[in-house]
Design a protein around this ligand. Structure first.
Ligand code: ATR
Length: 288
């Protein structure tokens, strides 16, 4: 029978503030089509003042679950019934599952980042040094992920130093073997750290529309060929940050693999089915 939306269709989706460029609806609906599941994934653009009501609405509308994106990943925890222990520790939730009116919260960005580093980057984290730009919800997932994988040193640079300090304060005791350092986001601070780093990740929104001609690092000479340079942004597919890194001979990854791998984990939480990561990545790369 040809699949179609009917009275039994289960609703999943994404809640964010500006989600017009989100690829998640495309990814999930492609998986749904391919697997003939009776689900439908919708974008929910929600104003900040309506976040609480929207989360309550998940129960009222019997929505099976949602992804949470910018800028609500941290704030949404307050509206959940059962944030999972690690999501609480990370301080950010990107997936809500509605279990018969009980809202559980998870962070699949952590595993999404981990898998993308392994599969796409062929990168082994243990014993390495990383520089992370930004200290928002996405940065918290990235830092947690590499700490879990045994990174030796993480240097977090952020415009608002307090937020970077909070990450250090929240995570240090769980990962005593790793060193976490925090700095304000200025280039004279960064130079020395990047020189010795193996991994450089941009988690800030600098480079996203409407800031597509901007980059968090102006000095192109800071990049070097021994770096894996990762930008969590996937639209545009190659930010100025990644173009500069590529020119310097560094290996680059954009945010698409992480988006796919975290999406697959979220899909599994809602449906009990886990599609093959490589296959989904190939399918989306062909369309995107
Ligand atoms: P996400 O959930 O994607 O991490 P976020 O929590 O809003 O989103 O975090 C955005 C990150 O981008 C923050 O680190 C932010 O810096 P501040 O903590 O100082 O706000 C950073 N960011 C955004 N625009 C920036 C800009 N123009 N210059 C420097 N940092 C910027």
């Amino acid at each position: 029978m040809k699949k179609t939306i009917n009275g039994k269709t289960k609703i999943i989706g994404v809640i964010g503030k500006n989600i017009e460029n989100s690829l998640s609806p495309l990814i999930h609906n492609q998986i749904i089509l391919k697997c003939s599941f009776n689900f439908c994934y919708l974008p929910f653009q929600i104003a900040e003042t309506n976040l609480g009501k929207a989360i309550q609405g998940i129960k009222a509308l019997n929505i099976r679950g949602v992804n949470i994106t910018l800028p609500y990943k941290e704030r949404v925890i307050d509206f959940l019934d059962e944030p999972e222990e690690s999501a609480r520790r990370i301080g950010a939730v990107n997936t809500i599952v509605n279990n018969k009116g009980i809202l559980a919260g998870y962070n699949t960005d952590v595993i999404g980042f981990k898998k993308s580093l392994q599969e796409e980057g062929k990168f082994t984290t243990k014993g390495k040094k990383a520089v992370i730009l930004g200290a928002g919800g996405a940065a918290r997932a990235v830092v947690y992920s590499i700490l879990e994988e045994g990174i030796k040193e993480v240097c977090i640079f952020n415009r608002t130093l307090e937020k970077a300090k909070k990450i250090k304060q929240d995570f240090s005791s769980f990962f005593p073997e790793s060193n976490i350092y925090v700095f304000p986001l200025t280039e004279e601070n960064i130079k020395d750290k990047i020189e010795k780093a193996h991994l450089l990740v941009n988690t800030t929104s600098i480079g996203m529309p409407p800031q597509i001609d901007k980059t968090p690092l102006l000095d192109e000479k800071l990049f070097h060929p021994d770096l894996l340079v990762y930008d969590l942004i996937y639209h545009p597919a190659k930010t100025l940050f990644l173009r500069q890194a590529e020119r310097a001979g560094a290996k680059i990854i954009n945010g698409l693999p992480m988006l796919i791998y975290q999406g697959i984990e979220s899909f599994y939480l809602w449906t009990g089915f886990k599609p093959e990561g490589e296959e989904v990545l190939e399918m989306i790369k062909q369309i995107f």
